[in-house]
Design a protein around this ligand. Structure first.
Ligand SMILES: Cc1cc2nc3c(=O)[nH]c(=O)nc-3n(C[C@H](O)[C@H](O)[C@H](O)COP(=O)(O)OP(=O)(O)OC[C@H]3O[C@@H](n4cnc5c(N)ncnc54)[C@H](O)[C@@H]3O)c2cc1C
Length: 498
């Protein structure tokens, strides 16, 4: 039997519909001439070579959770879908875990945990793909204790497009002596679709002792104590809203990060649109601590202190693996969205809170806007800003801003809504969270094409400085070396040096 390197799926093929509709954000659906589905690494190399030879504009898809239409861009004529490259294995030679770029987060959590008892400090959505997620930096529920996912990235296997039109596979490692080290570095936070097609990642913590698989990555807690507090919008005054926001910010600003008690705390405060009915704080902590209930209770009390509407709080203790299987960001029928991000060095102040309240309490707006404040810092901030591409290494909170809706005819209304909120929130710095005393740019895994649009970014600070700060110049040098023909590009990709 001849080896089938990749399947070529054209619109006449029954599989086409399934492959082009993989974007979680249904605002985007592409219509490429073909989707190539490689079976193995060399199949991926052949797929890239074919697309380059044919002069196709190509894009790579892994989990389909990208927040912008970077893959479903109408200009893209070939999509290479890496779903079939999804294995998780222990690599005896590298003493690291090899994970295919098409693997989904939930499957990676399951395999790493059930086979070796370890975990990546990765994200909270089981259907996110590793291919897009890791390259952006990757944060999640274990990050305050163990850092970002890229802080555990040992090596990466990439199909790159040569200057002469060919394609080859390169393995690039963390070891500074590796001749391909710059390519490894570029995969630690620049986002997907920049330098080549990633087929595989290897993970191992930088300080891992020896070669026993169970010692090479963090071990998650056996059980997690999970609390969810909800404050109904009914009866909630602006004063209550401001109090809640200020309490939450003050807790994070005052936290003694040298005290290990709250190292395993992870929380997300969802400041939801009034039409959703409630504001929600989801918080979790290692249930194995004898004082877990008291610590989490104290945290919830501190956030809710002085808010006159009392919270409805539910408590659960769950096995760790079950927590990772929950899709907490699922918004049901509201599958269309527009997202933005911001890194906060200090919490939002009263003026910011009043503005957020004005937008979120607006009874005339029918969509579902949410502003989420994720607990951040601790081990994330222990890493040098130049060690990986993730330059934001002293933020207190990571902020996600998004709006969700169902009706395609209302796209413009909802997109404009979240644009206006963001512009007004960061009005003092040109409508975007410029790196400075209060904010520190944004997160490339929350890609936002508005940051390169002078109508929405009037700061004079270019989009790439918002994402990569001073690491951008090095990224451009890597781009020139590894993708000199700019085969891999999209609206927010690293540009060749000018
Ligand atoms: C519901 C939801 C929850 C999320 N939760 C978190 C979270 O907890 N933590 C967090 O850090 N982020 C989170 N994110 C953001 C997430 O990290 C990004 O959306 C990520 O880019 C998705 O990767 P993907 O492979 O699923 O998406 P895709 O759309 O397949 O890819 C995203 C980008 O990466 C490129 N790409 C994909 N695979 C490859 C490859 N093999 N080689 C080269 N380029 C590639 C694509 O071309 C595209 O530009 C969440 C997103 C969603 C929608």
């Amino acid at each position: 039997m001849p080896d089938i390197a990749f399947s070529e799926v054209t619109p006449a093929d029954a599989r086409y519909a399934s492959l082009v509709a993989r974007s979680r954000n249904t605002r985007f659906a592409g219509s490429p001439r073909r989707v190539l589905v490689p079976r193995h690494t060399d199949g991926a190399r052949q797929a890239v070579a074919q697309a380059v030879r044919r002069g196709e504009r190509l894009a790579v898809r892994a989990g389909g959770h990208g927040l912008e239409g970077l893959v479903d861009d109408p200009a893209v004529t070939t999509v290479i879908d890496v779903s079939a490259l999804d294995g998780v294995a222990y690599d005896q030679d590298r003493h690291a875990f090899a994970v295919g770029a098409g693997a989904l987060m939930g499957d990676v959590y399951r395999d790493l945990y059930l086979k070796w008892g370890v975990a990546l400090p990765a994200g909270t959505c089981p259907s996110v793909g590793l291919g897009g997620y890791v390259q952006g930096g990757g944060f999640g529920a274990l990050c305050r204790r163990y850092g970002l996912v890229v802080d555990h990235l040992e090596a990466v296997e990439v199909v790159v497009a040569d200057a002469d039109g060919g394609a080859r596979t390169v393995v690039a490692g963390r070891d500074p002596a590796d001749p391909h080290h710059d390519l490894w570095w570029a995969h630690t936070g620049a986002g997907g679709g920049n330098f080549g097609l990633v087929t595989r990642f290897w993970f191992r913590s930088a300080d891992a002792p020896g070669h026993r698989p169970a010692d090479l990555l963090p071990r998650p807690p056996a059980t997690v104590l999970f609390a969810s507090a909800a404050w109904d919008w009914d009866g909630l005054t602006e004063g209550d809203f401001l109090r809640l926001l200020a309490n939450h910010g003050a807790w994070h600003a005052k936290e003694d990060t040298a005290d290990p008690a709250y190292a395993s705390l992870y929380s997300a405060l969802y400041l939801n649109q009034r039409s959703v009915g409630r504001l929600v704080l989801n918080a979790q902590i290692d249930a194995g601590r004898p004082d877990a209930r008291r610590l989490l209770g104290d945290y919830l009390r501190a956030v809710g202190e002085g808010v006159r509407v009392s919270a409805r709080t539910s408590w659960e203790t769950l096995p760790w693996l079950q927590v990772t299987a929950r899709d907490v960001e699922n918004r049901g029928a509201l599958t269309r969205s527009k997202s933005k991000g911001a890194q906060l060095r200090v919490p939002f102040d009263g003026g910011d809170g009043a503005l957020l309240h004005r937008y979120l309490a607006d009874p005339r707006y029918s969509g579902h806007t949410t502003v989420v404040l994720f607990s951040y810092g601790r081990q994330v901030n222990a890493v040098d800003p130049a060690a990986t591409v993730v330059a934001q290494r002293d933020s207190l909170l990571r902020c996600y801003l998004g709006t969700y809706w169902a009706d395609a005819r209302a796209d413009a209304l909802h997109v404009e809504r979240v644009r206006a909120l963001y512009r007004d929130l960061f009005a003092e710095t040109g409508g975007v969270p410029v790196p400075g005393d209060r904010t520190d740019g944004s997160y490339i895994n929350y890609p936002d094409v508005d940051l390169r649009d002078p109508r929405w970014n009037t700061s004079g600070v270019p989009w790439h400085a918002l994402y990569f700060k001073s690491n951008y110049a090095r990224l451009q040098r890597v781009k020139a070396r590894w993708d000199p023909r700019d085969v891999f590009h999209h609206a927010l990709s690293v540009e060749l040096p000018g």
